[in-house]
Design a protein around this ligand. Structure first.
Ligand SMILES: Nc1ncnc2c1ncn2[C@@H]1O[C@H](COP(=O)(O)OP(=O)(O)O)[C@@H](O)[C@H]1O
Ligand SMILES: [Mg+2]
Length: 241
């Protein structure tokens, strides 16, 4: 279980996050959405330990992890997929997945993690995770590496950036199944598909704070629904303004 208590984060005296209180129970997933620049990535980084809160406490499975490093949190089975993942020259996709898994990973399993994120595994296994891969490919490989890890809490920052709607549906099913087996997820997303995971706790950002909301109240749902159902009317209006 993850618990954030009165967590705030300020840079040069300016508050980006203020008094965030949040609990993710085992077998649950929390989805965070809201405006660009609202603080979603910052909140994900605080949970992973990439940034430290200005005040407040973070507990994982009852332990105060507020002052633990990224490594120490990783050892406690917290995994993080960056909005813009890092690249590793000289590290093959096969090695990255094996390293993520923490023990030998046979080719069949390596391939299945890549297939899960929509990559044709035989083309990628021996490629380096370097600048020769597109942003979307690196992102999908990173998602595969999180799936390969035996993590208790997975933090995904906008995974949809790399995934077609069909693949988002596949990820939704994977997340749902993993959560039913006890995993916890913290997903930052604008995707109307990922926001629609059954039984998710959806939080919306509002001026540095968060509040629970219904799927139909999210901007992603409302704008997508309005656009699909009234596309011509909406475009006529917007383009003549
Ligand atoms: N370390 C930092 N120093 C200064 N500003 C920061 C820092 N981290 C985040 N910010 C600012 O905080 C705001 C929220 O950023 P972010 O969490 O990336 O938003 P989101 O992911 O919701 O789009 C942005 O205005 C960003 O520039
Ligand atoms: Mg972000």
């Amino acid at each position: 279980m993850l618990r954030l208590e009165h967590v705030s984060f300020a840079v040069n005296g300016k508050y980006i996050l203020e008094d965030i209180n949040l609990t993710i129970e085992d077998n649950r997933f929390t989805v965070i959405t809201g405006p660009n620049g609202g603080g979603k990535s910052t909140l994900a980084k605080l949970i992973m330990g990439i940034e430290k809160p200005t005040s407040g406490k973070i507990y994982f499975n009852g332990e105060d992890i507020t002052d633990l490093t990224i490594d120490e949190r990783a050892k406690r089975k917290i995994g993080y997929a960056f909005q813009q993942p890092p690249r590793f020259k000289g590290m093959s996709v096969r090695n990255l997945l094996t390293l993520a898994h923490g023990r030998a990973l046979d080719e069949e399993h390596c391939c299945s993690y890549l297939t899960d994120v929509g990559l044709c595994s035989k083309d990628y296994l021996d490629r380096d995770v370097d600048s020769s891969l597109s942003g979307g490919e690196v992102k999908r490989i990173e998602i595969a590496s999180i799936l390969a890890r035996d993590v208790e809490l997975s933090i995904f920052d906008e995974p949809e950036a790399a995934l077609s709607p069909q693949r988002q549906l596949t990820l939704l099913i994977q997340i749902y199944r993993c959560a039913k087996e006890g995993a916890q997820f913290f997903i930052v997303t604008h995707s109307p598909i990922l926001l629609g995971i059954p039984d998710a706790d959806i939080y919306c950002f509002d001026n540095g704070s968060i509040h629970l909301c219904e799927y139909e109240e999210t901007e992603s749902y409302q704008v997508t629904e309005m656009f699909i159902n009234n596309r011509q009317m909406l475009l006529d209006k917007l383009l003549t303004e």
